[in-house]
Design a protein around this ligand. Structure first.
Ligand SMILES: [Fe+2]
Length: 247
């Protein structure tokens, strides 16, 4: 007999072992992530349903497009917390840092000793262009270290110009850079090449952190249905090399 109750339900994706997500765009209205507080709270709720307990959200600081600093990020953070209180939701375990694009503005911040927003201790999340190989990126990372910061490179698997030049990964690792993989790369969300590079970096034991890089509902929905990511995620957790649970 046909019954809707006989329908096999896929088990819910359980990312609780990761505890913390340290890369997302969940603050309202200041970059290409969540446009308003309602969306922010829904996205956070959806990610909590997947097991995350803590969010270190990281709005873009990319001077040609998103002129963010501690003031704009602090204001958006306050707006989110106030919206949560209005909903009697005191359970919004979010802190705010940033994702720095390595542009000239970033060089100026370092030169002028402007304190950078850190995701944890002295760790600073940085990203490169997706299109062109960054100029002097090793010097820039070295300058960060000289100022006392630990560089965390966001989604190294998404810089496809490294595909045929993978020695750069070795060099960045030798220079002491942490690598943060986008969890959706494992699901193939950004294409086959990024998925391949993600597995390559896992194989090299180069991955220190996993992040959702969640910008919008499409990311959340893809993550919800990405059952093929569980095996590599559990493998990384079992290896003890993932730092997410320590955040
Ligand atoms: Fe990002």
């Amino acid at each position: 007999m046909f019954s809707i109750f006989n329908k096999k339900k896929k088990p819910r994706l359980d990312l609780s072992g990761l505890v913390a997500d340290m890369h997302s765009h969940l603050l309202p209205g200041i970059d290409d992530g969540s446009p308003d507080t309602e969306t922010s709270l829904e996205l956070i709720n959806g990610l909590q349903d997947l097991g995350y307990r803590k969010f270190i959200t990281t709005p873009h600081i990319l001077w040609d497009m998103y002129k963010n600093d501690a003031t704009t990020i602090g204001a958006a953070y306050q707006e989110l917390q106030q919206a949560a209180q209005q909903q009697n939701n005191s359970n919004v375990p979010v802190t705010a840092a940033a994702e720095y694009f390595l542009d000239e503005h970033f060089d100026e911040l370092l030169e002028n000793n402007v304190p950078l927003l850190t995701i944890h201790k002295n760790w600073v999340l940085v990203e490169f262009s997706f299109v062109t190989t960054p100029i002097n990126f090793k010097d820039k990372l070295f300058n960060m270290q000289m100022k006392g910061y630990q560089p965390v490179l966001a989604h190294p698997e998404r810089y496809l110009y490294f595909m045929s030049d993978r020695k750069w990964y070795d060099e960045l690792k030798d220079a002491g850079c942490y690598f943060q993989l986008n969890i959706l790369s494992l699901a193939g969300y950004y294409g086959k090449a990024s998925q391949q590079l993600a597995h390559y970096l896992i194989g090299k034991q180069y991955v220190n952190l996993l992040g959702t890089d969640c910008h919008h509902f499409r990311h959340l929905e893809t993550l919800r249905n990405a059952h093929n990511i569980m095996e590599p995620v559990m493998g990384l957790l079992d290896s003890g090399q993932l730092l997410n649970p320590t955040l």
